[in-house]
Design a protein around this ligand. Structure first.
Ligand code: MN
Length: 198
């Protein structure tokens, strides 16, 4: 059987649609160079690996080393780039995810505070995640490098990339300012879909 080829995801918005929160230049490098490199690397590593015909999530759950790192980064970035929309003032969660956030964190503001704190305090490169367990309970986690909560059987819902490549051109060392700004571009309809589809 032929080895499958992964392809660079298409952005569901224009490259400048997230400005001024994320610049066109950052999207160009982050999606067009960094994510493209993970796709190229994974495609180069797959032949002969035994993972040739597994889904991306299955590869992330089973692989180690370079295959895991590149597959994990593809999965992480597909969820990351897939969750945004143009900036919106007073952007709020909707539907069942809004109810679950209120239930599990007390309020949207408390949730945002805890999420940002975990993102700002993550040492080195990685991701902060909102995910759901099998009962729909929400939790926030810090994941290093290419890790994803799906490795532990959780459903990933929302993520902030805290690798420096995600913000350095626009915010330099001001990671907390970048994280604060991201709330205005979250597409809560997408997060709601991920939550209700699980
Ligand atoms: Mn990234």
């Amino acid at each position: 059987m032929a080895t499958q080829k992964f392809e660079l995801m298409s952005l569901p918005y224009a490259v400048n649609a997230l400005e001024p929160v994320i610049s066109e230049q950052t999207i160009g490098f982050h999606h067009g160079k960094h994510l493209q490199a993970y796709v190229n690397n994974l495609n180069a590593l797959l032949p002969g690996s035994g993972f040739e015909n597994l889904s991306l999530v299955e590869i992330v759950k089973k692989a180690e080393g370079g295959i895991f790192n590149n597959a994990g980064q593809i999965l992480n970035h597909e969820l990351y780039f897939g969750q945004f929309r143009s900036p919106k003032a007073d952007n709020q969660p909707i539907g069942q995810i809004a109810d679950a956030i209120a239930r599990d964190f007390g309020s949207f503001d408390t949730f945002k505070e805890e999420f940002q704190k975990k993102g700002a305090s993550l040492f080195g490169s990685g991701w902060v995640w909102l995910s759901a367990d099998a009962d729909g309970k929400l939790l926030i986690s810090q994941e290093s490098n290419a890790a994803n909560p799906a490795q532990r059987g959780l459903t990933p819902l929302l993520t902030f990339d805290v690798w420096e490549h995600a913000y350095y051109l626009d915010y330099q060392n001001r990671r907390p300012d970048h994280l604060t700004a991201l709330w205005s571009i979250i597409d809560w309809q997408i997060v709601e879909k991920r939550y209700t589809a699980k």
